[in-house]
Design a protein around this ligand. Structure first.
Ligand SMILES: O=C(O)C(=O)Cc1ccccc1
Length: 283
């Protein structure tokens, strides 16, 4: 049976995404994103699912940096799910918001609820956890007045009460999850894909005037639509960056090779991180 790993523990958004996209597979929880990616690399699991980007807080830097700098696994698919954040407390908690001393959650969940926390829980100490599921676990293991931010699955899995629903600041909250695998044939998502994309990693030879403009124009005059461009530090010193570019079309044998050749002639290095279908899910 195909083994699927995900950022756990029980009750994370990643687990929700996995449950929606796959059924019947053998599912394994990992405490951190790197541990999940390593398990695919070391063939302990066949597929790894990790968060990639959130509509409100942006890229999950840990995932991108680990994939670029540590373990290069191809992105085989992308799952997009809506995100609703709730304030979770022990079922016996009887106070009000001002009695909650601490809030625990993943940094992206905390950021998505920033205004709520600022307005209604300004004195609560913030504690970052490796996932929202982990935060729910912390609250369920504690006998103090503390809260977690997470989803309904986490409330169910850890026996917590939803003190307040939908505390995220912006309604259109979605997260993209990357499906990573060495062998794309084993990834079977039984839904209709909404789009196809290609993610490229581009490093510039050195900093010179108009370098990024030249890179972008290689896509522009071929009418290749980009849905994302992001720079990240190369980790080789201040001011050195690489770019991740998402192109709204699948890799083909004509346009992409000619873009690559053009960029390489400029001295850039181009790596395809994946060309993959996008599945928009409702949970
Ligand atoms: O912590 C989780 O539940 C995750 O899967 C990562 C995450 C965190 C916040 C929003 C979306 C995904």
């Amino acid at each position: 049976m195909v083994k699927i790993g995900y950022l756990g523990p029980r009750g994370t958004f990643t687990k929700l995404a996995v449950d929606t996209a796959f059924n019947g597979e053998d599912k394994h929880s990992f405490d951190t994103i790197p541990e999940c990616i390593d398990a695919v690399e070391e063939n302990r699991i066949d597929i790894g699912v990790v968060p990639l980007e959130n509509a409100i807080e942006g890229t999950v830097q840990l995932t991108v940096d680990y994939l670029v700098h540590q373990v290069r696994l191809p992105i085989i698919a992308e799952i997009v799910v809506p995100i609703q954040q709730h304030l979770l407390v022990d079922p016996n908690f009887s106070g009000d918001l001002s009695n909650l001393e601490e809030i625990h959650s993943h940094s992206h969940a905390i950021a998505q609820c920033h205004q709520f926390i600022h307005k209604y829980m300004p004195d609560a100490a913030i504690n970052f956890t490796s996932s929202t599921g982990k935060a729910a676990e912390v609250v369920s293991d504690s006998d103090r007045n503390i809260a977690a931010i997470g989803n309904k699955l986490a409330a169910k899995e850890y026996g917590l009460r939803i003190y307040q629903e939908n505390i995220h600041d912006y309604p259109n909250n979605h997260t993209r999850f990357a499906v990573l695998a060495k062998n794309e044939d084993i990834v079977k998502i039984r839904h209709d894909k909404q789009a196809e994309k290609t993610s490229l990693l581009i490093t510039l030879p050195s900093d010179y005037a108009g370098a990024l403009h030249q890179v972008l124009s290689a896509f522009a005059w071929r009418k290749m639509n980009l849905s994302k461009i992001e720079s990240r530090p190369m980790k080789t010193g201040l001011g050195n960056y690489f770019f991740i570019v998402d192109v709204n079309q699948p890799y083909d044998g004509v346009l992409f090779p000619s873009v690559q050749a053009e960029l390489e002639a400029l001295g850039c290095k181009v790596t395809v991180l994946g060309t993959y279908p996008v599945y928009q899910m409702n949970i």
